[in-house]
Ligand binder design. Structure first.
Ligand code: ATP
Ligand code: MG
Length: 426
């Protein structure tokens, strides 16, 4: 099949937007007699005029040939080896064109064979992710009408949607991710297939689904994403407890305000970025808060922080089981961030209460994480803002105290050095 070719007059991708290292990789492969293009999310983002997160390269060169061209390339993956070409901390992923069985409805359990450039496009998920860009000739090469779909703002699978979802159900989560991130419409047969295949989602690898969920919490579009996941019935098979909690809650409800606040914070791109545990705690906090308040209502005495920590672990396990297995650190830190919220806003204390107690901030390395979620809560619930300010002042004061302690110790040690009689060398 002949691809559609779009020249720079059409696509208007400014050459300076192409990552210099990716350009260098493509040029070197080309000069060594191979085909090489930018591919996937990077090309899509350039056409949508958003900053690409990564620039992936697809080539006709085999992994060994890639290694011959770049001595600093590292081959990764067992059956399907990709090359990582490093430039300082940046990695350009270079993969050989491959084919996939796009006709079968079997779950893909292993990866596929080497293929032609056209086959390499056909195995990809959505038409908007199936474009090549040749930076040397400044051409967009399109085998799947992805360019037109981008113009029409349409999300469509490459090939028959029900088969493509059955082969790899994670594609359904990816569909919703692109829909939320770029405000795209879902093409009707793709949408029907989503509704009929959604229960299949639990056949996919939980690690991959978790990775997509976490990436969306980091994306700045998490509110829209989780709302669409709920609306299209994908949260129910994955996170039933959360689905029950969100049932009949619309986008304007307070339950989505915290996600909206983390989206705002994420988009400020402050350093360090928010840890995944803070983001996960933001997703769970409204549910956890309701759980604690309901157990309090049933007449029990307000639990202390240790008990709240145990309850946080319990809620996390209930929400994520049976499908997901959270990594240990993520589970523990998320529980800490959740439980610490009740240090700032204790159970049973209403916001109007004058704070009589002394604000005690533990010298825990994770305390700033807890404060960051509290900041997002204060954005979602402005009545919390004065209290948040008090706690931040407290944190700054403690940090200053620590700092002066450190410097005074350092000065003291410095002095001691001079006081100590030097040993004579013999
Ligand atoms: P993001 O901006 O979130 O990284 P992306 O589209 O670049 O989105 P990646 O996971 O980086 O996503 O994948 C790179 C490319 O690989 C995609 O653009 C797509 O062409 C292809 N791809 C990724 N996941 C799948 C999948 N499950 N099935 C088929 N093709 C996929
Ligand atoms: Mg990508």
């Amino acid at each position: 099949m002949n691809p559609e070719i779009y020249t720079v007059e059409h696509h208007k991708i400014p050459p300076e937007k192409i990552d210099q290292d990716a350009f260098y990789v493509i040029e070197k492969l080309r000069q060594s007699g191979h085909k090489a293009y930018l591919v996937g999310g990077g090309v899509r983002d350039l056409l949508l005029n958003v900053q690409p997160k990564d620039f992936d390269v697809s080539t006709s060169a085999s992994p060994e040939e890639i290694r011959r061209v770049f001595r600093n390339a590292i081959l990764i993956g067992r059956r399907f080896r990709l090359a990582h070409v490093r430039f300082g901390r940046k990695v350009i992923e270079v993969s050989t064109f491959r084919s996939g069985d796009t006709e079968s409805n079997e779950l893909i359990v292993r990866d596929n064979e080497w293929g032609s450039e056209e086959e390499d496009v056909m195995r990809r998920d959505f038409t908007i992710n199936g474009l090549f860009y040749d930076p040397h000739r400044e051409l967009v090469i399109d085998y799947v009408e992805g360019y037109r779909d981008l113009e029409r703002k349409l999300l469509r699978t490459i090939g028959q949607p029900d088969l493509r979802f059955a082969q790899d159900p994670v594609r359904m989560i990816r569909l919703i991710k692109f829909c939320a991130r770029f405000q795209l419409e879902i093409e009707p047969t793709t949408f029907e297939a989503l509704l009929s295949c959604r229960q299949e989602i639990i056949k996919s690898s939980s690690a991959r689904v978790l990775e997509e969920l976490l990436r969306m919490l980091e994306s700045g579009s998490s509110k829209k994403f989780f709302h669409l996941l709920q609306e299209y019935g994908l949260i129910m098979p994955l996170l039933p407890e959360l689905a029950y909690f969100l049932k009949n809650k619309d986008l304007d409800s307070a339950n989505f305000d915290l996600l909206s606040a983390i989206d705002q914070e994420v988009l400020k791109r402050e350093q360090p970025p928010m840890d995944r545990a803070i983001l996960l705690a933001a997703l769970l906090f409204p549910l956890f808060d309701q759980y604690l308040k309901e157990s309090l209502r049933s007449g029990e005495k307000a639990p202390h922080l240790g008990q709240i920590g145990t309850a946080a672990l319990h809620v996390i396990d209930c929400v994520f089981s049976p499908f997901f297995a959270l990594p240990r650190r993520l589970r523990g830190v998320t529980a800490f961030v959740l439980a610490s919220q009740y240090r700032f806003t204790p159970l049973g204390e209403s916001l109007g209460d004058k704070i009589e107690r002394k604000l005690r901030l533990p010298k825990d390395l994770l305390t700033p994480f807890a404060l960051r979620l509290f900041k997002c809560r204060s954005i979602a619930t402005p009545a919390l803002a004065p209290l948040y300010t008090l706690w931040v002042e407290k944190a700054l004061y403690s940090a200053e105290a620590d700092h002066s302690l450190e410097t005074s110790t350092a000065i003291h040690e410095e002095r001691e050095k001079f006081r100590r009689p030097r040993r004579q060398r013999h």
